[in-house]
Design a protein around this ligand. Structure first.
Ligand code: PLP
Length: 459
């Protein structure tokens, strides 16, 4: 499989080159040249298989010719070994036709572990083969950072730098990053918002000399592997709930549009999906887009679901590429306009039959957490609440699988206010608040960040 850029100007790359490169040199995002598809018969053969086996079948067409079957199986085995549930991503029935897909059984309690454990092992595998080293730079609104750090800690061939917006991530989230003291892990608190952090990362990636000098790579969801690994649980969940026979709906709490784009990929691959429900918090740019066809940024407002406090959803560019019939020149034009003016217009058209969107404010989040506790006896985190409320609001036919993107103990304050209960951390993390922290504070400046990284990498 070859990978092409959404902006049409970067040369196509094979899988391993694409993995190391992250963002395409023309500023675009890599996507597979074609979508592999599974027939209904093929999908039927997956029913009843383990998470590992389905992961192998789903990912194989994307890595073909570059990673052998034996090596892919070993990578999957290693990546999901640290997970706490034997089913890896279990599905739980909440009520009637509403199901919860639990994606918080990895090392850092959020769905990002499902992709980043795999990506860390994959980097290691490729770098070892090539005898190379890389510098990973990423921005986090909370959960990506800790999951990336867990995936990369202690690996000789990697220096990892993670930016988080100072004071805008929860204490559990911050400590999950800053208490990892391995020498190759560098946490930086940026005076600004998540979007500022993301722009710094983009700036450095768009500086070719620097990029080359430190062999820069990405782990945020601009890296295709993140999406690819997340496609797997849409298959396992749908197969569990409907046996892959009838179409199913997914409700996805959305920020950067990465997780829900993975659902779109599963749909393109032939998984019977009727609707994809985009849940947003008060930072509702995506919901406004699906209602109006106009993408227009506003200021980021802090909410109870901080991992979704985003106004620029990087992965939307991948959908835009599909909406434009894969015309990179048009995407480039539109993304340039978006950068210059903070807005673009693109009719939702036929994609409106697949996507629905719903916005939930902080009050709604509190109410939903309380309601699910009272009616189903389940504690859910504030991000999960956005998806569950969106699923209930959608009033669509058939079963809806709502994604539980984080463990309630990751956001204990909101859960406590809503239910009066304090969710406890899994045993292996119970001393998190006693561990030593390490991080540096930097202003919102690309030059300072470059110097900081160079000092570490060239030392
Ligand atoms: C990252 C994250 C989201 C948003 O996911 P995207 O892929 O950025 O849309 C939602 N909830 C939680 C808990 C997250 O960590």
């Amino acid at each position: 499989m070859q990978y092409v850029s959404t902006r049409g100007e970067a040369p196509a790359l094979g899988f391993c080159d694409m993995v190391l490169s992250g963002l395409a040199p023309d500023g675009g995002l890599y996507v597979p040249e074609t979508w592999p598809t599974f027939s209904q018969d093929k999908i039927r053969t997956l029913v009843g298989k383990s998470y590992h086996d389905i992961a192998f079948d789903v990912m194989k067409p994307f890595v073909e010719k570059e990673i052998s079957d034996v090596d892919l199986k070993a990578l999957i085995q290693k990546s999901y070994a640290p997970f706490r549930d034997k089913d890896i991503a279990p599905v739980k029935k909440l009520k009637n036709d509403l199901y919860l897909l639990e994606l918080f059984h990895g090392p850092t309690l959020a769905f990002k572990d499902y992709a980043l454990q795999f990506l860390g092992n994959l980097f290691d595998y490729i770098l070892h083969q090539r005898k190379q080293k890389i510098t990973i730079l990423g921005a986090t609104s909370g959960d990506t950072g800790s999951a990336a750090i867990e995936g990369c800690r202690g690996r000789e061939a990697i220096e990892i730098f993670i930016l988080h917006p100072k004071g805008r991530v929860s204490e559990v989230q911050r400590r999950q990053m800053t208490t990892v003291l391995d020498g190759n892990v560098h946490n930086i608190a940026v005076e600004g918002t998540f979007d500022d952090c993301q722009n710094l990362v983009k700036d450095l990636f768009n500086t070719p000399d620097f990029r080359k000098q430190v062999n820069l790579s990405a782990v945020n969801s601009i890296n295709w592997v993140r999406i690819m690994a997340q496609v797997v649980y849409y298959f396992t969940a749908a197969l569990t709930v409907t046996g892959g026979e009838r179409p199913v709906n997914f409700s996805v709490p959305t920020g950067n549009f990465g997780n829900i784009f993975a659902a779109f990929v599963a749909y393109k691959m032939g998984l019977p999906i009727q609707n994809l429900i985009v849940g947003t918090n008060r930072n509702d740019i995506l919901a406004r887009y699906f209602a109006s066809g106009v993408m227009k940024t506003e200021d980021v407002v802090p909410s109870l679901s901080p991992s979704m406090d985003i106004q620029i959803s990087s992965n939307f560019e991948r959908l835009l590429f599909e909406m434009h019939g894969r015309d990179g020149a048009k995407v480039k034009q539109m993304m340039q306009a978006f950068k210059d003016t903070g807005t673009f217009e693109m009719p939702v058209g036929e994609f409106g039959d697949l996507f629905m969107a719903y916005t939930l404010g902080d009050d709604g989040i509190q109410n939903t957490i309380a309601e699910i506790q009272e009616t189903c006896g389940e504690l859910i985190d504030p991000h999960t609440a956005v998806g569950v409320a969106a699923a209930q609001h959608a009033k669509i036919e058939g079963k809806v699988i709502s994604l539980a993107c984080a463990h309630p103990a990751k956001f204990p304050d909101a859960v406590k206010v809503a239910t009066g209960m304090h969710p406890s951390l899994p045993d292996e993390m119970s001393d998190l608040f006693e561990r030593e922290e390490r991080f540096d504070v930097l202003g919102d400046s690309a030059e300072k960040l470059k110097t900081y990284i160079l000092n570490v990498v060239t030392a």
